[in-house]
Design a protein around this ligand. Structure first.
Ligand code: G3P
Ligand code: MG
Length: 251
């Protein structure tokens, strides 16, 4: 079995940068996370028409970039003209959708780590992962791990980069049972499991820990100090945070 060089996860990871404090998935948001003292950021990768990995959460540009359609319909030179900050500030800004390579450069400069979430990119999964690998292979000294809710993307990255740190993400047990999740993680030799906060219980944590997986947790809304403390008491390793207010002891 391939041996993964195990990553050491910080207690807090900035979710889409710090999405409650800045426009999500932008250089401003990632800088804010590092300025506040976070050691890792999380971001979502989609692909442009000209096969450039870009940072965007949704399938559509509408919510965060004030435009219609999917990023796969536009070359990056068109995407970078869009305003990725106006949805947050309610006024025109010069904030743009970054390329993955821009964020890797930033992480290198700030000595920070990152979690690259591979969004489904329906129909473009293989291209997306091939391009993400092409870009990330030049950043060997930057700490990173890959994650995905999308089994196809997870399998693809696992086959292409079997020595990487990887996390299968779970939003509900309706699609996969806990047994199936443990089995998928074992078959593809991944070392992290990412869960929605709503799925947490001591029993669930114990089963995942028994499978020797690190546990990350994300939530639909920012987690407060009490929720964060409960997670760590249950045995969670790392939390995706939108705003680390009152959490300085975990930085
Ligand atoms: O990986 C944690 C989290 O980013 C997953 O949910 O929808 O914010 O990408 P989402
Ligand atoms: Mg994400």
């Amino acid at each position: 079995m391939t041996q993964i060089k195990k990553i050491k996860l910080p207690k807090l990871i900035g979710h889409r940068g710090l999405k409650d404090l800045c426009p999500e998935n932008t250089i401003e948001s990632f800088n804010k996370a590092f300025d506040i003292g976070l050691k890792f950021i999380e971001l979502d990768v989609k692909i442009s028409k000209d096969n450039i990995p870009i940072i965007l959460h949704d399938d559509s540009l509408e919510r965060t970039a004030n435009h219609f359609g999917s990023p796969t319909e536009y070359n990056y030179k068109e995407l970078k003209k869009l305003d990725a900050g106006s949805y947050f500030y309610n006024k025109k800004t010069n904030i743009i959708i970054p390329k993955l390579i821009d964020v890797l450069d930033l992480c290198k400069k700030r000595n920070g780590g990152l979690n690259i979430e591979l969004k489904p990119n329906k129909g473009f999964e293989k291209t997306n992962i091939r391009k993400v690998i092409e870009v990330t292979k030049n950043y060997e000294s930057t700490e990173m791990f890959f994650s995905s809710f999308d089994l196809l993307s997870f399998i693809e990255i696992s086959n292409e980069l079997p020595n990487s740190n990887r996390s299968f993400l779970i939003d509900t047990f309706n699609d996969y049972s806990l047994d199936q999740i443990i089995n998928i993680s074992s078959v593809y030799n991944s070392n992290i499991c990412g869960l929605n906060l709503s799925l947490l219980s001591q029993e669930v944590i114990n089963i995942i820990k028994k499978a020797n997986l690190l546990i990350t947790v994300y939530s639909d809304n920012n987690m407060n100090l009490q929720e964060v403390e409960e997670c760590f008491n249950l045995g969670v390793d790392s939390i995706f945070i939108d705003n680390p207010k009152n959490l300085s002891e975990y930085l």
